[in-house]
Design a protein around this ligand. Sequence first.
Ligand code: UT7
Length: 325
Amino acid sequence: MSVIRAVACGCGRYLPERVVENAELALTIDTSDAWIRTRTGIERRRFAAEGEKTSDLSIVAARRALDDAGMTGSDIDAIVLATATPDQTFPSTATRVQAAIGMSGGFAFDIQAVCAGFVFALAQADALIRTGQARRAMVIGAETFSRILDWNDRGTCVLFGDGAGALILEAREGEGTSADRGLLATDLRSDGRYNELLYVDGGPSTTGSAGVVRMAGQEVFKHAVLKLAETGATALARAGLGTADVDWLVPHQANLRIMSMTAAKLGVPMERVVVTVQDHGNTSAASIPLALSVARERGQIREGDVVLMEAIGGGLAWGAAVLRW
Ligand code: UT7
């Protein structure tokens, strides 16, 4: 049976220039390189320069993805941008990208599922493409989390970084089997009973300011391993695949221990897990597209490979997507 599939045809990333090593943080925060490395796997992260906005990071990543796909802005008819750190409350950061890349038609909007945002955005783009509302969609994950950190809270401020990644999806015909290229399945979940485990203590209708990140790290950790393994297995089953079919697991890059425990639960060996957390830290919605772009550059993900992505964050919101590149 002929079906429409959302097929990956280009990706790009941008990281701000400023590299901040763990040792630099330890100069002003009561922490150490050893603690951060052993508890999280993070060695360094990037911070946006003063005045450098989420849209600025997104626009560079978007242009690089267009170059990779051999396209221009006018070839794109939808942008779905996942961020928890938009330039402004409105307009959407996505419309800033739309204007900058010269995309004259179509539509652009932001979605908010924090660290799970890229997976949620992929599912939206997939639906738009499969229902004929867009032929080519750009999915972006972009964050400037350095703007919403409490520098007096060492349990959170050492974890996060800034960056943006973009992936272009194009409608192509498939057979309707797991051998097709493109997005094969997604699984989206949330449970608002866990709002208090990970949140920002501000916002337009509460304090009128952006607020800073608050997290019950250990609690989130426990939920993460269980929920990520479960959503990953669900998405794979929906795609008609098993863990043995997974060429690359591309997890949200929050913590190396979470990634290795989830991979073990799923039965995916670490040699097949894309890890970038050491260089990027936790970049929330940007972490998966950044990792995809790095993995493509490393030659890890090739055409035809099955890629399983999974992420969890504030909400709690979590989910997974299976893509045959
Ligand atoms: O991206 C969204 C999803 N978020 C996540 O997936 C994050 C999930 N959680 C985690 O990754 C981990 O819980 C953390 C990395 C945040 C923390 O690691 P942990 O092993 O759970 O540490 P902990 O919070 O239990 O703290 C252990 C100790 C405490 O000291 P005491 O009470 O044992 O004396 C903390 O005060 O480590 C201390 N500590 C630190 N020490 C040095 C906490 N933060 C730091 C720090 N440097 N930065």
